[in-house]
Every structure is written in structure tokens, then in C-alpha cells.
Design a protein around this ligand. Structure first.
Ligand code: PLP
Length: 401
């Protein structure tokens, strides 16, 4: 029974849950309130409307479910598909694997397209698969936009192009759990039918909300979709949401937090500015990796994620030792390598409420932890590269000119 909290801040650099801003923490600090009192209806209608920004949509119908990203996956599938339907999904990491597992357990017939871990969706393969499906048996194409296992961002616009080239009517269902709110996402332009994310990722909230947005086409499919659904039934939301009601008790404090978090994204200049910040932060981290003489798991620059960086450790070095030492000695939380790449990579999350100096601290911690794990790393070799890049590309903070 010895409890001790180290002084200073825990450095949280996993790709979700992420750092929650003080403004958001304060916004969530509210007493219990009755959502049946008159104020709630307009409040909730505003909540729904405000989420459209993160998907890049004006046309889609947004939903907010209590739950996590996994609940969003289930909502996307159950509301649009029927038992035995054929769906296509790329598998290139643990999360695409788990989504496929869910599809199979729900009784869908999944055409799994395995890709090497470290690569993204292969648009040419998708086009070929869809062209061969002359009977239009395939009902949905499911893509994990940002595979959080590998640090790979697939090209959703490219997947849509492949679907169009094959002139195929399948739905496009996209897991945007570690992309939406951080990376460019254009639901309307890419004609995504269902997009999903979770609150503990780029929106920098506690875990507990699943965000889902649906196209008109997806809602049309709902009318004939036969998969069983109860808690995640869009129909219950469509019956209640338009008048500012919800089918069950809303997670009110998270909604307050969400409104503050979205307000901060708007103040920053909207999603374009937010995506540009994530790109700059990620570029700096990639420069650091280069400075250390290490490799990214994602070799092809077209797929490199701006929300996290997955670093390979050299032969003979157990990446778990780096993660362990980072936490044990420096109070720095890094992501371990998941599933088959455990021990071979570590992950640095840099999405959400994040800036350069937070990352300078994290990269310093990574250097120390790598040395602890037996690697020959010159202190400053990565931090120096990142700092050089951020100094050159940094702009004065708005309002501080
Ligand atoms: N999809 C991706 C890409 C993820 O990174 C995660 C979680 O890390 C999930 C889905 C599952 O989300 P949750 O853990 O919120 O259920």
C-alpha cells in the first residue's frame, strides 16, 4: 500500500486515449442535470450539427452513441447489411482484423484482402474485385482509414475512385477512428456512406462516445437491412434526434466536453488548419526517426500517417523494453507493437490536443528509453532534427503577433 504520483505531467503519447485540454476538462465538470428539462433539446440538436465539421459533410446525418469506436463499427454494419451479405475488407493490422472478426461473427460473408502490415488499401485490387463482381453480390467495401497498428493512412478518395471505375453500387463504410478530427476527411466529396470515430482519439475527450455519420444511401439501405440491432439502431435515433431527444440517457458531461473540443478546433481555423498542424507535427517526428537512423514500419511515403508514427527497432532489440523503460523511468506512455509486430515496433501517438513542445519532451524520453534498451543512440540526434524542422516551419500563434 505505497502510492506515489510522480511530480510533473505524465507524457501521454499513445494513439488514443489522448491528452485532454484543461478547457475541455473544465467544460465537463458539471453537476448532474436532467436531460428531460427543456434546455436539452436545442443543446443536443446543436451537438449533432457541430459534429458535421469533423467528417467534412453538410449532407450526412450524424449520430452520437454512448460507446466506443467498436460500437460505431457495429452500428455501421448492422444498420446497412443483412445476414450472408458479401463485403470486402482490407486487412493490414489489428484493427482491420478485429473489424473483420466482427463482420464474420455477425454472419457476413467477408472477402478479406490481406495486405502486408505497413501498407495500405490497394485501389487497383479493389477495382479488379469489384469489376469481377458482375452480379453485384458485394454489398459493402469496408476500409480502415488510419490503421493504428501500423501508422498507415489509406487513400479513401482512391478507394472511391476504384469503386466508380468499376461502376459498383456497394456502400463505402469507413473506420475513421484514428483519422477523423485529425487528418483530412471529406465524407461528401469521397461519398463515404458510413463514417465512424470515437471520442478518445482526435477529439481529445475521455472514452465513451461513438460518432457515426451516414449518407442518404446508407439510410435507404437501412430500410431493408436485416441484421439484428437494438442499442445501435439508427431508427431509434432518427425517431428521437430531430426533436432534440435521445432514445436513452445521454452521456451529458462528455457532450459538454465535445462541444468545447469542437469549439477549439473551430477557433484553430477549422479542419484544414487542424490537419496541417498534424502534418507538421508528424513531419517533425519522422525527421527525428531519420536522425536516429531508424526506419518507419510504413515504407511508402504515400501512406505515412500524420496521427501516429510507428518505429521499427533494429534486430535484437525488444521494443517492449523501450516502452517499459519510458514509463518506468520517465513517466512517458508510448504505444507497444500490437499482435504480430509486438516487440518489433513502438508507436508514438501525436493526434488531438498536441503541440511541438509536448513532442520535444516525448522525443527526448524516447531517446533515453532507447538507450536504456541497449540501442546506440546519440542523445539529441532525433530531437535535434525535429527541433530544426519545427523551428523553420513554425508560425507565430494567432493573437500573439
Ligand atoms: N479502429 C481503429 C483504427 C482503432 O485505432 C481503434 C482503437 O484503437 C478501434 C477501431 C476500436 O475503437 P475502441 O477501442 O474505441 O472501441
Amino acid at each position: 500500500p505505497f502510492s506515489f504520483t510522480p511530480p510533473g505531467r505524465n507524457h501521454l503519447f499513445v494513439p488514443g486515449p489522448v491528452n485532454i485540454h484543461e478547457r475541455v476538462l473544465r467544460a465537463m465538470h458539471v453537476p448532474g442535470q436532467n436531460h428531460r428539462d427543456p434546455w436539452f433539446a436545442q443543446f443536443f440538436k446543436d451537438c449533432l450539427e457541430e459534429t458535421k465539421m469533423i467528417y467534412g459533410t453538410t449532407e450526412a446525418t450524424p449520430f452520437i452513441f454512448p460507446g466506443t469506436g467498436t460500437g460505431g463499427w457495429e452500428a455501421a454494419l448492422c444498420n446497412t447489411l443483412s445476414p450472408g451479405d458479401t463485403v470486402v475488407c482490407f486487412r493490414y493490422g489489428l484493427f482491420s482484423h478485429l473489424w473483420i472478426d466482427m463482420m464474420q461473427r455477425l454472419g457476413l460473408d467477408v472477402m478479406v484482402v490481406d495486405r502486408p502490415w505497413g501498407e495500405g488499401a490497394d485501389e487497383a485490387a479493389l477495382e479488379e474485385i469489384l469489376k469481377k463482381d458482375t452480379g453485384k453480390k458485394i454489398k459493402a467495401v469496408c476500409v480502415v482509414h488510419n490503421e493504428t497498428t501500423t501508422g498507415v493512412t489509406s487513400d479513401i478518395a482512391g478507394c472511391r475512385k476504384a469503386m466508380d471505375a468499376a461502376n459498383h453500387p456497394a456502400l463505402l463504410l469507413v473506420d475513421g477512428v484514428s483519422s477523423i478530427g485529425a487528418l483530412e476527411f471529406k465524407m461528401d466529396d469521397w461519398r463515404v456512406d458510413v463514417a465512424v470515430t470515437g471520442s478518445q482519439k482526435a477529439l481529445s475527450l475521455p472514452t465513451g462516445l461513438a460518432f457515426v455519420a451516414t449518407s442518404k444511401k446508407a439510410l435507404d439501405h437501412m430500410k431493408t437491412a436485416k441484421l439484428k440491432r437494438v442499442y445501435y439502431d439508427f431508427a431509434d435515433m432518427l425517431r428521437t434526434n430531430p426533436s432534440g431527444n435521445v432514445p436513452y440517457t445521454p452521456t451529458l458531461s462528455l457532450l459538454y466536453g465535445m462541444r468545447e473540443s469542437l469549439k477549439m478546433l473551430r477557433e484553430e481555423g477549422g479542419m484544414e488548419a487542424v490537419a496541417a498542424r498534424h502534418h507538421r507535427l508528424a513531419e517533425g517526428v519522422r525527421k527525428a526517426v531519420e536522425g536516429w537512423g531508424l526506419q518507419l514500419l510504413c515504407k511508402n511515403p504515400r501512406w505515412r500517417s500524420d496521427s501516429l508514427t510507428v518505429v521499427e527497432t533494429p534486430e535484437g532489440i525488444d521494443s517492449n523494453k523501450i516502452v517499459k523503460s519510458a514509463y518506468a523511468k520517465y513517466d512517458l506512455s508510448l504505444g507497444i507493437g500490437l499482435a504480430q509486430i509486438n516487440g518489433k515496433v513502438f508507436r508514438i501517438g501525436h493526434l488531438g490536443n498536441m503541440n511541438e513542445l509536448m513532442l520535444v519532451g516525448a522525443l527526448g524520453g524516447v531517446e533515453m528509453a532507447m538507450i536504456d534498451a541497449g540501442m546506440s543512440i546519440r542523445p539529441g540526434s532525433g530531437v535535434g532534427k525535429a527541433v530544426e524542422y519545427w523551428q523553420k516551419t513554425g508560425a507565430v500563434i494567432k493573437t500573439r503577433e
